[in-house]
Design a protein around this ligand. Structure first.
Ligand SMILES: [Zn+2]
Ligand SMILES: [Zn+2]
Length: 341
């Protein structure tokens, strides 16, 4: 089968690999769409602290496709089903798994990170990871279920209540998802901070009440003018020290500051404990996607959540390395790889 194999930093090769064999509990998926994620970029760049990968490995953890074959003991799906996967497979027996925190599983298998993933024509996964796509959900939308599931875990931790005021920093794919989820969680007003004009336009279309250019405009003044005088939640979706700092500045009394954007592992920020004390701030971060995949799929299938507006292009495996190596391409929006292209 055709596959894109990661051999090490800046070394990705599109080549022929052996079609995976399946065990009794496995499902062979013919991949139709696989999202290119920031994690893939970190791996390609050889960043330390990125997901554990032992090359050669087929990357790609955000994928959907059609069930091509099932193991003898598989009961949850059948050949021909349209499905997507939760790439993080938990053991069920270690201490975190037995204490309701399976996303800290000590024996986690990650499809597309610790084992082969979806940048290939086929991928074999344990049936526990397989979810059926709803009838309104396309393969591209199904490939978005994993990032949505990660955002849902984050939005749950924000504890947004009906009527809250929320600021989202960053209008990339994650920021646009978070902005919509904040609305779905009951926010009365959501503001988005984003310097790129066309991303602000998309955010407006997707339900942002106000969009602010944080470089050209006085953020605090615009928020105040819009009646956003007590920001209950700030969701940082950029992953830079300066924007995390900004999130802390904007946050109102008793606010939750969600640091959702991923910084480099050894990056630091300066925080005055007195400021945290004065405002009773709650600084939070959220890690991967425990127990949220089905909710993500339902939000996509019912069209409560728009995951299509942020998809920029669907392209073939040959284009993957270009997308991974060129930030100016990724700035356009989300790229989805279709191995059939
Ligand atoms: Zn991802
Ligand atoms: Zn475990």
């Amino acid at each position: 089968m055709k596959s894109a194999v990661f051999y090490g930093k800046h070394d990705l090769r599109v080549e022929e690999s052996k079609k995976p064999e399946i065990g009794p509990k496995d499902v062979l998926i013919q991949v139709k769409a696989c999202g290119v994620c920031g994690t893939d970029v970190h791996i390609y760049e050889g960043d330390k602290g990125a997901a554990e990968v032992t090359p050669p490995t087929i990357l790609g953890h955000e994928f959907s496709g059609v069930v091509a074959q099932t193991g003898a003991e598989v009961v949850n799906c059948k050949v021909g089903d349209r499905v997507c996967i939760d790439p993080n497979c938990y053991c069920g027996t270690c201490e975190p798994c037995r204490n309701g925190a399976a996303h800290y599983c000590e024996n986690m298998i990650g499809y597309g990170t610790t084992v082969n993933g979806g940048f290939a024509e086929y991928c074999a996964v344990n049936e526990r990871q397989v979810y059926l796509l709803g009838e309104n959900t396309t393969f591209e939308q199904g490939a978005m279920a994993e990032p949505v599931a990660c955002c849902l875990h984050g939005i749950d931790m924000c504890e947004i209540q009906p009527g809250h005021q929320v600021v989202v920093i960053g209008g990339g794919m994650i920021g646009l998802l978070m902005m919509q989820l904040a609305n779905l969680a009951g926010a009365a007003k959501v503001a988005l901070l984003e310097p790129v004009e066309n991303k602000r336009e998309v955010a407006k279309k997707l339900g942002a009440d106000i969009c602010i250019d944080p470089i050209k405009e006085d953020v605090q003044a615009v928020l105040k003018a819009a009646g956003m005088t007590w920001i209950n939640t700030v969701i940082e979706c950029v992953g830079r020290p300066s924007t995390i700092r900004q999130a802390i500045d904007i946050a109102g009394n008793k606010a939750v500051v969600m640091m959702f954007g991923l910084t480099k592992p050894d990056e630091t920020i300066q925080v005055k404990p007195f400021e945290v004390f004065q405002k009773e701030l709650v600084l939070k971060a959220s890690f991967i996607n425990p127990y949220t995949q089905k909710r993500a799929l339902d939000l996509i299938d019912t069209r409560r959540l728009d995951v299509s507006s942020m998809i920029y292009e669907v392209c073939g495996l040959e284009n993957l390395e270009g997308v991974l190596s060129k930030p100016e391409l990724r700035a356009n929006g989300k790229y989805i790889i279709s191995p059939e292209k």
